[in-house]
Design a protein around this ligand. Structure first.
Ligand SMILES: Cc1cc2nc3c(=O)[nH]c(=O)nc-3n(C[C@H](O)[C@H](O)[C@H](O)COP(=O)(O)OP(=O)(O)OC[C@H]3O[C@@H](n4cnc5c(N)ncnc54)[C@H](O)[C@@H]3O)c2cc1C
Length: 307
């Protein structure tokens, strides 16, 4: 029996089940049976820039294998090293380099999932051209294991940037931030709290020098830092439209940090409760019903839209 078939059989077709990652973020309810996804790298094709692995594979194991060939998979760079590939995809957590590296969901080319009925479903394909029908890969990313248990995935890999640096610019208030942003060429991150701006530049070593020179030429003195701001002290995060971040930061200078160009805000206070559109809620419910009619997968996990 293949690893995927064994995983499907462990999930079965009845009774509540929790899909266990490494548990670095979420641990399932004690009274719910837990199953673990298959582990291990199946194929790594550096020339094709794809890697296929079990969803239970540890992120640090994946990093190590890709790193040997100067590549990485964009599953969020600041995540817990002991987390799993499945956990990273199921939570769909994007880190602050999303502006340059793109969202985690773009990394997933092919996915094998076990639905609540116990069926194995394949979505996507090992190359972008192979895909037809609805994009199941994107649906699975961020679904917190409520629609399906991710068994095996093929991920797109990328070349590691040769150099990367954080440049910190002080005294950037609301009147100057847009000017600063306009003079940066493809930054990987721009974080701003209304006073200080942290910019991550990745690429060739000369790209970093060009960014620094350009900032200086425009009257922005920058200093290099080993990392971006510590977002750990700001446990709440929420999304607004990318243009709206300027206004939000302006209202709470020094209290929130915005991912400029992305539209994510990090703050120490919870955001206002989102208003959920009834039509959207209805679609989410029907999606859940069709993948997991008995609502047995990951009870209580993730999105408030999927109860
Ligand atoms: C609440 C929360 C906060 C986070 N905060 C941060 C942060 O501050 N910074 C950061 O960089 N990253 C953050 N992340 C992302 C997290 O670090 C990565 O997702 C990491 O890879 C988790 O791996 P894990 O194996 O420990 O997942 P777990 O904590 O074990 O599981 C996370 C969720 O994914 C589900 N899951 C796990 N494996 C599968 C699978 N194979 N199929 C379907 N569902 C599965 C679990 O059931 C659980 O609901 C956060 C994630 C969550 C959920």
């Amino acid at each position: 029996m293949s690893d995927i078939a064994e995983f499907a059989s462990a999930i079965g077709a009845t009774g509540p089940v929790w899909i266990r990652g490494a548990g670095t973020r979420v641990v399932g309810p004690a009274n719910v049976r837990a199953v673990e996804s298959p582990r291990g790298i199946r194929f790594f094709e550096p020339e094709e820039m794809t890697v296929t692995c079990g969803a239970g594979t540890c992120l640090s194991e994946l990093d190590e294998i890709l790193d040997d060939r100067g590549q990485y998979a964009n599953l969020g760079q600041l995540r817990h090293p002991h987390g799993t590939v499945g956990g990273a995809l199921a939570s769909g957590w994007n880190d602050q380099l999303r502006l340059g590296r793109g969202p985690v969901r773009d990394s997933l080319l092919e996915v094998h999932v076990v639905t609540g009925r116990g069926d194995v479903v394949k979505g996507g394909g090992p190359t972008v051209k192979n895909v037809s029908g609805f994009d199941l890969c994107r649906l699975m990313v961020g679904s917190h294991g409520r629609l399906g248990a991710i068994a095996e995935v093929t991920l797109r890999t990328r070349p590691k940037p040769r150099a990367s640096a954080w440049l910190v610019v002080d005294s950037v208030d609301g009147s100057r931030i847009e000017e600063l942003v306009g003079h940066l060429y493809r930054p990987s991150a721009i974080l701003w709290n209304g006073l200080v701006c942290w910019i991550c530049v990745e690429g060739h070593p000369s790209d970093i020098e060009i960014a620094r020179t350009e900032l200086r030429r425009r009257g922005f003195a920058s200093q290099e830092s080993a990392s971006g701001p510590d977002l750990g002290a700001l446990p709440h995060r929420w999304s607004v439209s990318p243009r709206a971040v300027f206004e939000h930061v302006g209202e709470r200078v020094g209290q929130v940090i915005a991912e400029v160009g992305v539209g994510v805000l990090h703050g120490d206070q919870p955001p206002p409760t989102p208003i959920i559109d009834a039509a959207v809620e209805n679609i989410h419910r029907r999606l859940k019903d069709s993948f997991d009619p008995e609502h047995r997968l990951n009870p209580g996990a993730g999105d408030i839209l999927i109860r």
